[in-house]
Design a protein around this ligand. Structure first.
Ligand SMILES: C[S@@+](CC[C@H](N)C(=O)[O-])C[C@H]1O[C@@H](n2cnc3c(N)ncnc32)[C@H](O)[C@@H]1O
Length: 248
């Protein structure tokens, strides 16, 4: 398991590449909450230029592209971008992927909307969190918005198994998520930062966003049908994920 240091927090998705990529395609929390709710927050995307920040293996970028968006994704993980590019080779959607941050994309290239799905909390500290917001702000057209799905800062059920995962606080003040298989064995783990509501709001404002709105997330009806209501027990009372829309 990775040590929860800043360095391993940055590099961990290189090591998790294949496992994480496969998980994004089938994981109920991603397929029935995170991705459809990110689509809802984005609203109309047909013909729009969208920047997918921390795109990982490109699973969500492909959803955007199939819905008519012109998509660019970046991620600091070389391995995740390698996966995304391999898939683009197999199914050519015209998505462009970059390793790195906003600086890897031409500054003249501006976007209608930016999005990040389960990325913000991987910033190693508050300064890095602000850097992500600043990159999004700089990349957006006037009045553009940055829609994120992130770990809910008020989540309570640490140590319990919730939706194929167990989330625990670590000794050094970070959070670790263990992704579990059907027999509750740990498949992969990842460490992230324990940001508060005010950490997010301050980072967004300091980066130049004028309006910040938190959005409660829903489980799409297909997810309730497929997994059953028991699977999603207490999701509404104590959601692990939350939406954040920052407007320029
Ligand atoms: C949980 S994965 C989410 C991937 C993808 N958004 C998805 O939902 O399928 C988190 C991703 O954030 C990336 N990441 C970590 N720190 C980042 C940063 N400072 N800026 C952008 N992406 C970052 C990781 O490399 C990893 O691919």
């Amino acid at each position: 398991m990775d040590k929860p240091s800043g360095e391993s927090q940055i590099n961990q998705y290189n090591k998790l590449s294949a496992e994480y990529s496969a998980l994004t395609e089938i994981d109920p929390a991603k397929q029935f909450v995170q991705y459809p709710e990110a689509l809802r927050l984005l609203g109309d995307i047909d013909g729009k230029k969208i920047l997918d920040i921390g795109c990982g293996p490109g699973t969500f970028a492909r959803m955007l592209s199939r819905r008519g968006a012109d998509v660019v994704g970046y991620d600091p993980s070389i391995e995740q971008i390698k996966k995304a590019k391999q898939t683009e080779e197999q199914e050519k959607l015209g998505i462009k992927y970059f390793v790195g941050d906003r600086a890897s994309i031409s500054p003249e290239f501006k976007f209608d909307k930016a999005v990040s799905v389960m990325v913000l909390m991987y910033a190693t500290d508050k300064k890095k969190l602000q850097d992500i917001f600043a990159g999004a702000n700089e990349a957006l057209e006037e009045n553009g918005s940055f829609c994120s799905i992130t770990f809910n800062p008020t989540f309570k059920r640490f140590g319990e198994v919730t939706y194929n995962r167990r989330v625990v606080r670590t000794e050094d003040g970070k959070i670790r998520v263990d992704f579990l298989d059907e027999d509750s064995n740990v498949k992969i783990s990842a460490n992230f930062s324990d940001f508060s509501v005010s950490d997010y709001e301050t980072a967004a404002k300091e980066a130049g966003f004028s309006k910040i709105e938190w959005v409660k997330l829903e489980i799409v009806p297909e997810g309730k049908e497929k997994m059953g209501n028991d699977y999603w027990k207490d999701f509404e009372n104590d959601p692990p994920y939350i939406g954040l829309v920052a407007t320029k």
